[in-house]
Design a protein around this ligand. Structure first.
Ligand SMILES: [Ca+2]
Ligand SMILES: [Ca+2]
Length: 368
């Protein structure tokens, strides 16, 4: 039996230490660069956490052997935690230099959408409601048309109080749009001016995901109140859509996810959102009423009653839900009419109005 010389063993140990440094041996509360809220994924919510940490001007221990690679790294705890959490500020120090600066806020882009084994779900809610909603330049696009969607936060009858940051995701149906022709823009609106008093992110990665992540966070973490548009995105309906699912209309849905609005002390404001749909029109134009713009439906949104005004008498009304399924049909024999819709659940519906053998489709929103 051969006995290994202890001195030789020690030299081998030193040799191995240089090849495999101890950095990779972190086991508890490890820093994964870019995952500021420590939920196992780098996304728009981390941007908000980094803006918060930067505003406090806190400093803490430098991370030994720090890198910005996506791997578990040991670091001593800082003296500060994010309010109402056990998440230490060290997680927001992307580059590990003991300080939270602009680099820590914007550079995690390189690790965007990376996940690790501790990932247990994205943050934010999917509560149904009226806080976040969409309006469009065109609710009945035809194949090849561009749809510009404006994202509103709050309305005149629903003012959003004391918010300093908002993050959300919009899911896209990339079977119906050109996935390389999607342009998101977080322009701020009443929340603030990008790069002046507002940090913004609008992230779309066509090859990695079918979603746009939006985030806006006021640099000074000072809550504001208001309502109106804050962001937008555009998509282009694909050309070759014929024979797809439905004879005349194809619903193109836009769904909100990961909605996360923050007030004082990072308190979650439970911002709600309204999933939405536009109807892609693939009927031949001869079936469309050409004075459709002169037919008005009001109030919209409505709770119960919907008034219909038309220059000529309407024969029939059909109601479809947000994914284009038939819900109800009503006979009408007048150009002025009121229908009762209090039996419908909150959400988006399409009203198709028939005049002889032609129709026009209009979108309405039923609110609580
Ligand atoms: Ca995260
Ligand atoms: Ca740093």
């Amino acid at each position: 039996m051969k006995i290994i010389n202890p001195k030789k063993m020690m030299l081998m140990g030193i040799f191995l230490f240089y090849i495999f440094p101890l950095r990779s041996q972190c086991v508890t509360d490890c820093v994964w660069p870019g995952d500021a809220n420590r939920n196992g994924i780098v996304n728009h919510i981390d941007f908000i956490f980094a803006v918060y940490a930067q505003n406090t001007l806190t400093i803490g221990p430098i991370r030994p052997n720090a890198s910005t690679d996506w791997e578990a790294q040991s670091c001593d705890d800082w003296s500060t935690f994010f309010p109402n959490t056990d998440i230490n500020f060290k997680h927001a120090d992307f580059d590990g230099d003991g300080d939270i600066e602009g680099d820590d806020v914007y550079w995690p882009e390189n690790n965007y959408n990376f996940r690790n084994d501790t990932f247990n779900g994205e943050w934010g809610n999917t509560l149904l409601g009226e806080d976040l909603f969409l309006t469009y330049n065109n609710e009945n696009p035809q194949p090849g048309d561009t749809v510009i969607a404006t994202i509103h936060l709050g309305s005149a009858t629903n003012v959003i109080e004391d918010i300093w940051a908002i993050g959300f995701t919009i899911e896209l149906d990339t079977a119906l749009i050109d996935k390389f022709d999607v342009y998101p823009n977080f322009f701020g609106g009443w929340l603030g001016t990008p790069n002046v008093d507002l940090g913004t992110r609008a992230k779309y990665t066509p090859l990695a995901s079918d979603q746009i992540d939006f985030a806006g966070a006021r640099f000074a973490v000072d809550p504001v109140s208001g309502f109106g548009p804050i962001a937008e995105f555009s998509v282009v309906v694909i050309d070759n859509i014929s024979g797809f699912r439905s004879p005349t209309n194809i619903p193109l849905p836009f769904t909100f996810r990961n909605v996360y609005g923050l007030g004082e002390s990072m308190h979650d404001l439970l911002i709600t959102a309204m999933p939405d749909t536009v109807l892609i029109d693939i009927s031949t134009s001869t079936h469309q009423i050409d004075y459709g713009d002169e037919i008005s439906l009001y109030p919209n949104p409505t709770k119960d009653q919907l008034y219909i005004d038309s220059p000529t008498p309407i024969d029939k009304i059909e109601i479809y839900n947000s994914i284009g399924q038939f819900v109800d049909r009503k006979r009408v024999f007048d150009s002025r009419h009121v229908i009762d819709l209090d039996y419908l659940n909150t959400g988006i519906y399409f009203i198709r109005l028939w005049i002889e053998d032609k129709f026009v489709t209009k979108k309405i929103r039923i609110k609580d």
